[in-house]
Design a protein around this ligand. Structure first.
Ligand SMILES: [Fe+2]
Ligand SMILES: [Fe+2]
Length: 196
C-alpha cells in the first residue's frame, strides 16, 4: 500500500473517502487473505490445465481451464465485497505455483487436497466473522460454504473415476473423457439438487 510516510507529496492531500465503516481491520485482513487464496487457486488450476493440455489430456485441460476462471470469479466476489464495504481489497501477487505433475491421477489428488484446504480456510473465515459479530460478512460467506461443498464433491468424484475405470490400457483415455463430463454433475447433472 502507498502510505503518506513513503510519499510525502501525498501527505497534505485529503483522501477521497473518509466515511466510517463497520468492516473491521481484522475482518478486512482475513478477507484479503482469502482473496489471495482464491487467486492462488485460479493459478493452481491454470498450471494444472496447462500440464494436462501439454500431455494430451484435452478434456481434463478444458475442465481445469474453466475452473481457473471460476476461482478468479470467487476472488473478484470477495474483492468487490471488501471495497463495497468501505475497505481496501489488495490485488494479490502469486508465486510458487506447481507446474509439473507425475501423472493425471496426481493432478486430481492434489486438487482434492487443495479444495479441502480451501474449505478449512472458508470455515475459519466464517468463524472470524461470527466472533466479530460481523453478520453481513457472515451472510456473504454462506455462498462460499455451499460452493466449497460442491467443489469438494467434484474433486472427490474426479479421483474416484481413476479407481472405477483403472488406468491400464485405454483407461486413461476414458478417464480423461469422464473428467470432461464432471461439470454436468455440477451444473444440473443427474445428482443435482443444490446446483449453482
Ligand atoms: Fe474458490
Ligand atoms: Fe475451488
Amino acid at each position: 500500500m502507498i502510505s503518506p510516510q513513503k510519499h510525502p507529496q501525498m501527505a497534505d492531500k485529503k483522501p477521497n473517502v473518509t466515511l466510517k465503516r463497520s468492516l473491521t481491520d481484522s475482518m478486512q485482513e482475513s478477507l484479503n487473505a482469502q482473496i489471495l487464496m482464491e487467486a492462488r487457486s485460479s493459478y493452481y488450476y491454470l498450471a494444472a490445465a496447462s500440464w494436462c493440455e501439454k500431455e494430451g489430456y484435452e478434456h481434463s485441460a478444458k475442465y481445469l481451464y474453466k475452473h481457473a476462471d471460476e476461482e478468479r470469479e470467487h476472488m473478484l466476489k470477495i474483492f468487490h465485497y471488501v471495497n463495497e464495504a468501505g475497505g481496501h481489497a489488495i490485488a494479490p501477487s502469486i508465486t510458487n505455483i506447481k507446474h509439473k505433475y507425475d501423472s493425471l491421477r496426481q493432478v486430481f489428488e492434489h486438487i482434492l487436497e487443495h479444495e479441502i484446504g480451501v474449505t478449512h480456510a472458508i470455515n475459519e473465515l466464517v468463524d472470524t466473522s461470527f466472533s466479530l459479530k460481523d453478520f453481513a460478512t457472515f451472510q456473504f460467506l454462506q455462498w462460499f460454504v455451499t460452493e466449497q461443498r460442491e467443489e469438494e464433491k467434484l474433486s472427490r468424484r474426479a479421483v474416484e473415476i481413476f479407481d472405477i475405470i483403472g488406468e491400464k490400457g485405454q483407461g486413461l483415455w476414458l478417464i480423461d473423457k469422464e473428467i470432461g463430463r464432471l461439470d454436468q454433475l455440477a451444473h444440473g447433472g443427474s445428482e443435482g439438487s443444490d446446483k449453482k
